[in-house]
Write a protein that binds this ligand. Structure first.
Ligand code: ATP
Ligand code: MG
Length: 267
């Protein structure tokens, strides 16, 4: 579904260039839920912008279902890091959710149907008539998620979407993502710097090195598909996976070393 090949991004600057991404290659199959972790500033947002067609990579390519991404693809939705700024304060919740659907030229009745379904899925149907600023942070983030799923994307990209909500809301939203992922059969790429969150949510965790960035490891999360905040996080295997990823991120400061280790591990 998604093929990222040899992706490099260099930001030109007055005081020298910044090589945010060096050489990223990975593949996401149709319907996969993968998490991407890496230290702050390693280029996670840069990568998502390249995948979403919002930014041109310096070299390498992004393909969606075999087609080169050169601009925002129709089948993709993105939930950004700063949800506060991603909703329009002067539009009611429902109108925020329906806004991208207008571009799809859907009928009013169909737009309504999709927004009802999405708001219901995130538990906010009753707030359809409210303004975003009347809602709590966690509710606003659910509106952003509803807007993304109402669009019926085949691929959903999320950039640290729960960074600014409290622990309980965050746990609820994590479970919501897994429920929606199964229900709508989307391919999901979920960016986070929280290793526990990545292990809890993903079928796979891609580990990024620090800048200049490569994909340092690709860890299969072999936990049972039915996840539960208390029992899954208490499993021995959960602790093993998280320890492995923690150690890798700690060693991530030497991308060349990491590359050598990866090559050695592959042999
Ligand atoms: N528009 C830009 N111009 C120049 N440099 C940039 C730009 N955007 C990002 N960078 C640099 O590229 C690197 C990667 O930034 P990016 O925002 O992609 O990281 P990130 O992994 O998303 O960080 P965080 O975890 O803090 O969200 C950083 O060194 C950053 O300073
Ligand atoms: Mg970021």
């Amino acid at each position: 579904m998604l093929d990222v090949t040899g992706l490099q991004k260099i930001y030109p600057g007055q005081h020298g260039d910044v090589e945010a991404l060096r050489d990223l290659t990975f593949h996401l199959g149709d319907g996969e839920l993968a998490c991407l972790v890496g230290p702050s500033g390693c280029g996670k947002t840069t990568l998502l912008k390249c995948i979403a067609g919002l930014m041109r990579p310096t070299s390498g390519s992004v393909e969606l279902a075999g087609e080169q991404v050169t601009g925002p693809p129709r089948d993709m939705a993105v939930v950004f890091q700063e949800y506060g700024r991603s909703l329009f304060p002067w539009l009611r919740v429902r109108d925020n959710v329906e806004l991208p659907l207008k571009e799809k030229r859907l009928s009013k009745a169909r737009r309504r149907e999709l927004s009802d379904e999405a708001l219901d899925a995130v538990g906010l149907l009753k707030s359809a008539g409210a303004y975003p600023w009347q809602l709590s942070g966690g509710m606003q983030q659910r509106v952003a998620i509803a807007r993304a799923i109402a669009y019926e994307p085949r691929v959903l990209l999320m950039d640290e979407p729960f960074a600014a909500v409290d622990a309980q809301t965050r746990a609820d939203l994590e479970d919501l993502i897994r429920t929606l992922w199964k229900r709508f059969s989307m391919t999901v790429l979920f960016v986070t710097h929280d290793i526990d969150e990545a292990v809890y949510l993903g079928q796979r965790v891609l580990v990024m090195s620090s800048s200049p960035t490569i994909i340092q490891d690709d860890v299969a999360i072999d936990l049972p598909d039915e996840r539960d905040q208390i029992s899954t996080r208490g499993e021995h295997r959960f602790a093993e996976l998280r320890t492995r990823i923690y150690a890798e991120i700690r060693n991530a400061s030497q991308p060349q070393e990491a590359g050598k280790q990866q090559a050695a591990a592959a042999e």
